[in-house]
Ligand binder design. Sequence first.
Ligand code: ADP
Ligand code: ZN
Length: 599
Amino acid sequence: MRTPQSILETVFGFQAFRPGQADIIETIQRGENILAVLPTGAGKSLCYQIPALLGDRPTIIVSPLKSLMDNQTFALRQNGVDVACIHSGQSRDENIRQWRSVTEGQAKMLYLSPEQLMTERMLAAMVKLRPALFVVDEAHCVAKWGPDFREDYARLTQLHQRFPDTPIAAFTATADGATRDDIADVLFSGRGRIVVQGFDRPNLSLAVTTGGNKRAALLEFMKTTNGASGIVYALSRKNTEDMTEVLRGAGYKALTYHAGMEDADRSEVLNRFLSEEGVVVVATIAFGMGIDKPDIRFVYHVNLPSSMEAYYQEIGRAGRDGQPADTVLYYSYGDVSQRARFISDGNGSSEFKIRERQRLEALLAYCEAPKCRRRVLLDYFGDNCEPCGNCDNCLSPPALIDATDNLKLILDVIEATGARFGQGHVIDVARGKVTEKGQARGHDNLPQFGQVKHMAEPFLKALIRQATASGFIEMDIERMGALRPTDLGRAVRAGQRRFECKDFTKTTRKTINKSRGKPSAVDLKPDDLDLLGKLKARRLELAREADKPAFTVFTDATLMDMVRRKPQTLDEMLAVNGVGPSKLERFGPIFLEVLRDGV
Ligand code: ADP
Ligand code: ZN
């Protein structure tokens, strides 16, 4: 009998389900509506592909991007699965051919975009087709408040009204509680299960740094990457170009990617990233969604990301193969005040601005956290964990100092100047710097003028940032980032509360310990490393011949498993994680040859 487990093994070549997969598959098979929230790389696709392959009637999969559809259909075809895909990048004839393969029963799955599905003609055709299931991928695009909201996704709300007997399975990697309810509401009036799989990605190391020189910090980090491929995210186009130069100057294979580039140039960058080893893409956030490369070894932010959600999604692109990967966020105070200004100058409603500002504060609290970062990150998404041992704070806990008296002095200056000025001016007054702005307002005559002369400017900045992050000071975005004490801050002034902060007088660069117990190429014996190199070279040749990314032949994790097991026969090869019958037939003998020669 064909079961989910047997399909997992025979079609996809995997031995075991990952957390959450089996449960989601069962729910779909029972015919219930479901919204599944799984972190990137958890293996969402399999959750609907397996029920689709087990059912009699076709499954319709709504996906927002052509590149996503192409990736998915390509991967399925590699595994010998017949699948159809309709999108605007294909000719009309091709689309008709694809549709026929569904109506004639060859293809059990049809991928298409929401705008293609929600036409009257297509919906009428769907009534005749009687699909077993509608799948909505990247379902957060229906959330009205979310950053990725799409009009055409909102129209999917008609699906459950027009097909009340056809279950809907929605998938997303990012959605907080309110967003989840919103999605479930739009897609199936809340009548269905919501499953949230743990957000933890233990194979990703987490580190945040600030201060010092941005370029130097990046280059310092790059030394730890051993020529692996990764993404460097920057805020502006200009920034991406600058950082690309910096990396190239140091001998790295760095490429720029941003929305202002020609389509052809962008695909070229994407292609090289997917097919060559050791490519570093320096990109704005235009680069990301739909990139299905499982072996990205690091994600480095040179600027503050736009929110915790965005940050989680962006770092989540690293290490999808489950192997160790590093993430570093570098940010400066300039980023923070720029973001605050963006929010206040933006033309959203005041409700919107308040939400945005809270999101910024959550992000800052994460950046300034003195304890395990993973805990802070997971806590934000309503999940939790023990101290992780794989973040900068766990590996080298920051020293905390009592900064109550220092904070009091700063709060005095803020109050004395009417709580109407931003960080720059507050620090000038506190340190007794004579400026036109200060003189014009008589601030140089205040008793507080120059009362913290003894404290260095970087220390004061760090102090204010941490006090802001932990809620002792707030930034009034309506007034150009004016600083203001909160209730907590007032309690400090009144001597009722103490304030501890990280000791920024001793800035230390923390390096993440590279060996984390999980097998990685770094731990291999020289002979095995050599063999892995040969397997990768063969993979690259095959990928070039097919004009497809290397990992579509086999992922790094699969090649590592091959090295570990050293199969000598096709039967043994089938035991390798990631080798199914279809890939065995196509690539098995070729890789066996390498393995036999290699040992
Ligand atoms: P996402 O949840 O980000 O959409 P994908 O569906 O693309 O993740 O899966 C990520 C990677 O994990 C893919 O390379 C996929 O083949 C692999 N994968 C999925 N399920 C399993 C499993 N049960 N065992 C091993 N690998 C799996
Ligand atoms: Zn930790």
